[in-house]
Design a protein around this ligand. Sequence first.
Ligand code: FEO
Length: 174
Amino acid sequence: MALSQKLLDAMNEQVKHELYSAYLYLSMSAYCESVNLPGFAHWLRVQVQEEMQHGMKFYDFINERGGRVVLQAIDRPPTAFESPLDIFEKTLEHERKVTDLIHGLYALAVEEKDYASQVFLQWFVTEQVEEENSATQILETLRRIGDQGHALLVLDRELARRGAVGGQSDGPGE
Ligand code: FEO
Protein backbone atom coordinates (compact mmCIF):
# COMPACT_ATOMS: atom_id res chain seq x y z
CA MET A 1 0.00 0.00 0.00
CA ALA A 2 1.39 3.37 -0.99
CA LEU A 3 1.51 6.28 1.41
CA SER A 4 -1.45 8.63 1.04
CA GLN A 5 -0.56 12.06 -0.32
CA LYS A 6 -1.39 13.61 3.06
CA LEU A 7 0.92 11.27 4.96
CA LEU A 8 3.64 11.60 2.33
CA ASP A 9 3.54 15.40 2.62
CA ALA A 10 3.55 15.26 6.41
CA MET A 11 6.48 12.83 6.46
CA ASN A 12 8.46 15.01 4.07
CA GLU A 13 7.77 17.90 6.45
CA GLN A 14 8.99 15.76 9.33
CA VAL A 15 12.32 15.11 7.54
CA LYS A 16 12.71 18.88 7.60
CA HIS A 17 11.76 19.16 11.29
CA GLU A 18 14.30 16.49 12.27
CA LEU A 19 17.05 18.12 10.21
CA TYR A 20 16.13 21.48 11.71
CA SER A 21 16.51 19.88 15.15
CA ALA A 22 20.03 18.80 14.15
CA TYR A 23 20.75 22.33 13.01
CA LEU A 24 19.37 23.84 16.23
CA TYR A 25 21.48 21.56 18.43
CA LEU A 26 24.56 22.21 16.31
CA SER A 27 24.04 25.93 16.84
CA MET A 28 23.72 25.32 20.59
CA SER A 29 26.85 23.18 20.49
CA ALA A 30 28.75 25.99 18.77
CA TYR A 31 27.67 28.36 21.53
CA CYS A 32 28.91 25.93 24.20
CA GLU A 33 32.26 25.67 22.41
CA SER A 34 32.49 29.46 22.44
CA VAL A 35 31.95 29.71 26.19
CA ASN A 36 34.36 26.88 26.92
CA LEU A 37 31.93 24.16 27.94
CA PRO A 38 33.26 21.25 25.88
CA GLY A 39 31.14 18.64 27.67
CA PHE A 40 27.89 20.45 26.85
CA ALA A 41 29.16 20.97 23.30
CA HIS A 42 29.86 17.24 22.98
CA TRP A 43 26.48 16.17 24.40
CA LEU A 44 24.71 18.44 21.92
CA ARG A 45 26.83 17.18 19.07
CA VAL A 46 25.79 13.61 19.82
CA GLN A 47 22.24 14.94 19.78
CA VAL A 48 22.90 16.34 16.30
CA GLN A 49 23.78 12.83 15.13
CA GLU A 50 20.60 11.45 16.68
CA GLU A 51 18.48 14.03 14.91
CA MET A 52 20.17 13.28 11.59
CA GLN A 53 19.32 9.63 12.15
CA HIS A 54 15.70 10.52 12.92
CA GLY A 55 15.51 12.48 9.68
CA MET A 56 17.02 9.60 7.74
CA LYS A 57 14.57 7.12 9.26
CA PHE A 58 11.72 9.14 7.73
CA TYR A 59 13.69 9.48 4.50
CA ASP A 60 14.16 5.70 4.26
CA PHE A 61 10.59 4.93 5.24
CA ILE A 62 9.20 7.26 2.56
CA ASN A 63 11.38 5.48 -0.02
CA GLU A 64 10.45 2.02 1.22
CA ARG A 65 6.80 2.92 0.80
CA GLY A 66 7.36 4.04 -2.76
CA GLY A 67 7.01 7.74 -1.94
CA ARG A 68 9.13 10.55 -3.31
CA VAL A 69 11.35 12.36 -0.83
CA VAL A 70 11.15 16.09 -1.46
CA LEU A 71 13.56 18.05 0.69
CA GLN A 72 12.37 21.35 2.14
CA ALA A 73 14.25 24.50 3.10
CA ILE A 74 15.61 24.41 6.63
CA ASP A 75 15.21 27.55 8.73
CA ARG A 76 18.17 29.35 10.18
CA PRO A 77 18.49 28.34 13.84
CA PRO A 78 18.90 30.87 16.65
CA THR A 79 22.53 31.67 17.34
CA ALA A 80 22.33 33.80 20.49
CA PHE A 81 21.97 31.93 23.76
CA GLU A 82 22.29 33.19 27.31
CA SER A 83 23.56 30.22 29.22
CA PRO A 84 23.43 26.41 29.47
CA LEU A 85 20.17 26.85 31.41
CA ASP A 86 18.71 28.84 28.52
CA ILE A 87 19.85 26.13 26.12
CA PHE A 88 18.17 23.32 28.02
CA GLU A 89 14.98 25.31 28.53
CA LYS A 90 14.88 25.76 24.75
CA THR A 91 15.80 22.11 24.16
CA LEU A 92 12.88 20.88 26.27
CA GLU A 93 10.52 23.33 24.64
CA HIS A 94 11.70 22.19 21.20
CA GLU A 95 11.36 18.49 22.01
CA ARG A 96 7.80 19.07 23.25
CA LYS A 97 6.99 20.61 19.88
CA VAL A 98 8.53 17.62 18.10
CA THR A 99 6.46 15.29 20.29
CA ASP A 100 3.32 17.13 19.17
CA LEU A 101 4.38 16.74 15.54
CA ILE A 102 4.95 13.00 15.98
CA HIS A 103 1.58 12.63 17.68
CA GLY A 104 -0.01 14.53 14.82
CA LEU A 105 1.59 12.15 12.33
CA TYR A 106 0.40 9.16 14.32
CA ALA A 107 -3.14 10.52 14.44
CA LEU A 108 -3.02 11.01 10.67
CA ALA A 109 -1.78 7.43 10.15
CA VAL A 110 -4.71 6.19 12.26
CA GLU A 111 -7.15 8.33 10.30
CA GLU A 112 -5.76 6.99 7.02
CA LYS A 113 -5.80 3.41 8.36
CA ASP A 114 -2.12 3.12 7.46
CA TYR A 115 -0.99 0.38 9.83
CA ALA A 116 2.63 0.19 8.62
CA SER A 117 3.05 3.90 9.32
CA GLN A 118 1.54 3.45 12.77
CA VAL A 119 4.08 0.76 13.60
CA PHE A 120 6.90 2.89 12.18
CA LEU A 121 5.78 5.92 14.19
CA GLN A 122 5.55 3.99 17.44
CA TRP A 123 9.35 4.03 17.63
CA PHE A 124 9.23 7.82 17.51
CA VAL A 125 6.49 8.03 20.14
CA THR A 126 8.76 6.10 22.53
CA GLU A 127 11.84 8.04 21.45
CA GLN A 128 10.13 11.34 22.26
CA VAL A 129 9.47 10.18 25.84
CA GLU A 130 13.22 9.61 26.11
CA GLU A 131 14.10 12.89 24.41
CA GLU A 132 11.92 14.92 26.76
CA ASN A 133 13.19 12.97 29.74
CA SER A 134 16.89 13.55 29.04
CA ALA A 135 16.33 17.27 28.46
CA THR A 136 14.26 17.49 31.66
CA GLN A 137 16.91 15.71 33.74
CA ILE A 138 19.68 18.05 32.62
CA LEU A 139 17.42 21.10 32.96
CA GLU A 140 16.52 20.15 36.53
CA THR A 141 20.18 19.65 37.41
CA LEU A 142 20.99 23.08 35.97
CA ARG A 143 18.17 24.68 37.94
CA ARG A 144 19.51 23.07 41.11
CA ILE A 145 23.17 23.96 40.68
CA GLY A 146 22.70 27.36 39.04
CA ASP A 147 24.35 28.41 35.87
CA GLN A 148 27.93 28.82 36.95
CA GLY A 149 30.61 27.78 39.35
CA HIS A 150 32.24 24.49 40.17
CA ALA A 151 29.09 22.37 39.92
CA LEU A 152 28.61 23.50 36.32
CA LEU A 153 32.09 22.30 35.44
CA VAL A 154 31.39 18.95 37.09
CA LEU A 155 28.21 18.64 35.01
CA ASP A 156 30.19 19.63 31.92
CA ARG A 157 32.64 16.81 32.58
CA GLU A 158 29.78 14.39 33.09
CA LEU A 159 28.08 15.39 29.82
CA ALA A 160 31.38 14.82 28.02
CA ARG A 161 30.90 11.10 28.72
CA ARG A 162 27.81 10.72 26.55
CA GLY A 163 28.45 7.87 24.14
CA ALA A 164 28.29 8.40 20.42
CA VAL A 165 25.13 7.36 18.62
CA GLY A 166 25.12 3.62 18.10
CA GLY A 167 27.78 3.23 20.78
CA GLN A 168 27.71 2.48 24.47
CA SER A 169 25.23 4.56 26.48
CA ASP A 170 27.41 5.66 29.33
CA GLY A 171 26.52 9.28 29.81
CA PRO A 172 23.61 11.01 31.52
CA GLY A 173 20.49 11.68 29.59
CA GLU A 174 20.75 8.64 27.38
FE1 FEO B 1 14.12 13.86 16.66
FE2 FEO B 1 14.82 15.17 19.31
O1 FEO B 1 13.55 14.40 18.24
